[in-house]
Design a protein around this ligand. Structure first.
Ligand code: SF4
Ligand code: SF4
Length: 523
C-alpha cells in the first residue's frame, strides 16, 4: 500500500511587504542590502554585537532583518524596531566590509520605514538580549510625554534657531546661576531623577552630559562675512550648526578665526538652519530632506568655493544631501553640487599649506576618531596631521581610537545603558594614555568623553582639534597683528571716506558758486 504523503500543517503569518517607504523590494535600498554577502567580517567591529553577542544586533543580522521586511517575511515588529534602534550608527561595519555595503544608508532607511509604519521607536534600556528581558521595559519615548517631547525636539526645536536658543538659554541659566551646583550638592537632581515621571531614572545623564555650554545666553548670529587675514585664497561657507552654536560657540568662533588665518573669506549665512543629521539618523527623513533643501537654497546664494563644517556627524549628512535628494527632480543636481563642496574643517585645512605663525603648546594630546569622520567620511590622518603641525604638541596613541564612545547623536540619552557600556570601554583606553588633552572632531563625542573624564576624576581637557590650532595662532601673535592691520585698514578706510566727503562738499560748493556767478553775469 502506497504511503500517504506527509502533510505539514504549520501555518505561517501572512505578512505584506511595505508598499511605500525605503524598505521595499524595488528600491535603491533593496539593491544596497543585497550587496551583503553574509561573510561576517563586520561582526568583530560592531560595538553592539561586542556587548550583546547577538546576531540580530550585528550588522549582518540587521541587514538580514531589513531584507526580510522588504520581502514580506518579517513584520515591523517590536523586536525588529528594537534591533534597529540598538544600532549606534557608527558605521564601523562599513570600514570592515569587503563588499562595500553602505550600512549608514541602510540603517537610516530602516528607521524611516519604522517612522512610516507609525511606530514609536523604543529604547533598549538593558544590555541583555530582548529575549532574555523579563520585566516590561520602561520607555520614556513610548509614553505620551515622550512622544510629545520627541515631536517638539525634531519638529519645532531643531529647525528653529529662536526656539533652540531659548531652550539652551534655560540650560545656561541653570548652569551659571549656581542652580546646577545646588541641585548636585543637595541631591535634588537624584530626587528629580527618581520621581515617577516618564523620564524616571533617565534625567541624570543628560544633566551630566550638558556640563558647561559656552557663549552668551542669547548668542548673536556669527558675522555674515569674516575677511581673510592676508591674501584671500578661498571664499568658504561656514555651517554653524544648531546645537553647536548654542553649546560650543567657542569652537565655532575658533574655526572662523583659523579659516581666516589661512586665507579664507568666511561666509556664515544668517538664514542657514539645522543640517538635518539628527533627523536622518533618527528616521525623521522627510523633515531632514526639508532642512537639506533650505540649506541648499541658502548656500547657493553665496557662490562659495567650499562649504566647511566642524562637526563630524553634521558633515557626514551634508555630504549625503545628494543621496537624500536623489529622487527630487528640483534638487537632485543642486544637492550633488552642494555635497561636493562640503569639507570637514580638518580635511580642508590639511589640504592647504598652513599659515606657520604658530606659538608653542607644550602638552600631550591623544586623538579620538569620531565615527562619522573615520568611518563615515574616511577622514583619519588629516586631524592628526593638523595636531602634529603645532609646535611643541606631542601626539600620543589612543588604543581603539576609532571605537565608538557611545555618544552617537542622542543615542546616549535614549539608550543610556548601552551608551554607558561603550563609554566605559572608551574611558579605559583614555585613562591608559599619558595625554593631558583628548582631541576629537565631533561635539557629541566631546560631551560624552568629557563626562567620562569627570566621572573618573581624570586631569584631562577635552577639546576640538581646531581649538588647539587656534590657541597656537594666538600664542604666535597672529591675531594681534591681524587686528593691528585691521585697525590700520579701518582707519585708512575712514581717512579715505573723509577725503571723499571733503571732495564731494568741495564739488557741491563749487557748483553753487558757479551758479551764483553765472546769475550775476546775466544781470
Ligand atoms: S553601524 Fe555600528 S552599531 Fe550599527 S551595525 Fe554597524 S558597526 Fe554595529
Ligand atoms: S562585512 Fe559586509 S558583506 Fe560581510 S556580513 Fe558584514 S555587511 Fe555583509
Amino acid at each position: 500500500m502506497a504511503s500517504e504523503p506527509i502533510i505539514r500543517h504549520e501555518t505561517y503569518p501572512e505578512i505584506t511587504p511595505p508598499t511605500e517607504g525605503p524598505l521595499r523590494r524595488d528600491t535603491h535600498t533593496y539593491d544596497l542590502m543585497r550587496q551583503c554577502i553574509h561573510c561576517g567580517f563586520c561582526l568583530p567591529t560592531c560595538p553592539t554585537y561586542a556587548v550583546l553577542g547577538v546576531e540580530m544586533d550585528s550588522p549582518r543580522g540587521r541587514i538580514y532583518q531589513m531584507q526580510a521586511v522588504a520581502e514580506g517575511r518579517l513584520d515591523i515588529s517590536d523586536d525588529f524596531i528594537e534591533h534597529m534602534n540598538c544600532c549606534v550608527g557608527c558605521r564601523a561595519c562599513e570600514t570592515a566590509c569587503p563588499s562595500g555595503v553602505q550600512f549608514g544608508k541602510l540603517i537610516e532607511a530602516a528607521r524611516e520605514q519604522i517612522q512610516l509604519a507609525d511606530k514609536q521607536p523604543e529604547a533598549r534600556t538593558q544590555t541583555v538580549p530582548a529575549s532574555e528581558q523579563e520585566e516590561e521595559r520602561p520607555n520614556a519615548q513610548g509614553s505620551v510625554a515622550g512622544k510629545l517631547l520627541h515631536r517638539f525636539f525634531f519638529d519645532y526645536m531643531l529647525p528653529s534657531r529662536p526656539i533652540t536658543t531659548l531652550v539652551f538659554s534655560g540650560l545656561k541659566i541653570y548652569q551659571r546661576s549656581g542652580l546646577q551646583k545646588l541641585a548636585r550638592s543637595t541631591g535634588l537632581i537624584d530626587v528629580a531623577n527618581g520621581l515617577p515621571t516618564p523620564f524616571q531614572g533617565k534625567l541624570k545623564l543628560p544633566e551630566q552630559l550638558m556640563n558647561s555650554a559656552s557663549g552668551d545666553l542669547f548668542p548673536d548670529l556669527l558675522p555674515e562675512i569674516t575677511y581673510a587675514i592676508g591674501v584671500r585664497r578661498y571664499r568658504v561657507g561656514f555651517v554653524s550648526g544648531c546645537i553647536m552654536d548654542q553649546v560650543f560657540r567657542d569652537i565655532n568662533e575658533a574655526s572662523i578665526r583659523v579659516l581666516a588665518a589661512n586665507g579664507c573669506e568666511v561666509i556664515t549665512p544668517p538664514q542657514q538652519n539645522c543640517c538635518g543629521a539628527l533627523h536622518v539618523h533618527g528616521g525623521e527623513a522627510a523633515r531632514g530632506r526639508e532642512l537639506a533643501r533650505r540649506n541648499i537654497d541658502t548656500f547657493e546664494q553665496y557662490n562659495c568655493d567650499f562649504i566647511i563644517i566642524n562637526s563630524a556627524g553634521c558633515g557626514s549628512t551634508l555630504k549625503e544631501y545628494d543621496h537624500m535628494l536623489r529622487d527630487d527632480p528640483a534638487y537632485a543636481e543642486r544637492a550633488k553640487t552642494f555635497s561636493h563642496k562640503v569639507k570637514d574643517i580638518s580635511e580642508f585645512l590639511a589640504g592647504l599649506t598652513l599659515n606657520p605663525q604658530m606659538g608653542e603648546i607644550s602638552r600631550t594630546v591623544a586623538y579620538h576618531d569620531a565615527c562619522h569622520l573615520a568611518h563615515g567620511q574616511k577622514i583619519r590622518q588629516q586631524p592628526r596631521q593638523l595636531l602634529k603641525s603645532i609646535p611643541g604638541l606631542r601626539l600620543t596613541e589612543l588604543k581603539e581610537a576609532d571605537w565608538c564612545c557611545g555618544s552617537a547623536g542622542i543615542y546616549n540619552i535614549v539608550n543610556q545603558e548601552m551608551g554607558n557600556e561603550l563609554l566605559e570601554r572608551k574611558m579605559n583606553n583614555v585613562a591608559a594614555t599619558d595625554a593631558e588633552i583628548i582631541a576629537t572632531g565631533n561635539p557629541g563625542c566631546m560631551m560624552q568623553i568629557d563626562m567620562g573624564v569627570r566621572q573618573r576624576g581624570l586631569a584631562m581637557k577635552v577639546v576640538h582639534p581646531i581649538q588647539l590650532l587656534d590657541e597656537a595662532y594666538q600664542q604666535g601673535g597672529l591675531y594681534d597683528q591681524a587686528q593691528q592691520v585691521d585697525l590700520e585698514h579701518r582707519s585708512s578706510g575712514r581717512q579715505r571716506q573723509k577725503q571723499r566727503q571733503t571732495l564731494l562738499i568741495g564739488i557741491g560748493l563749487g557748483f553753487l558758486l558757479g551758479l551764483f556767478l553765472l546769475g550775476r553775469r546775466k544781470k
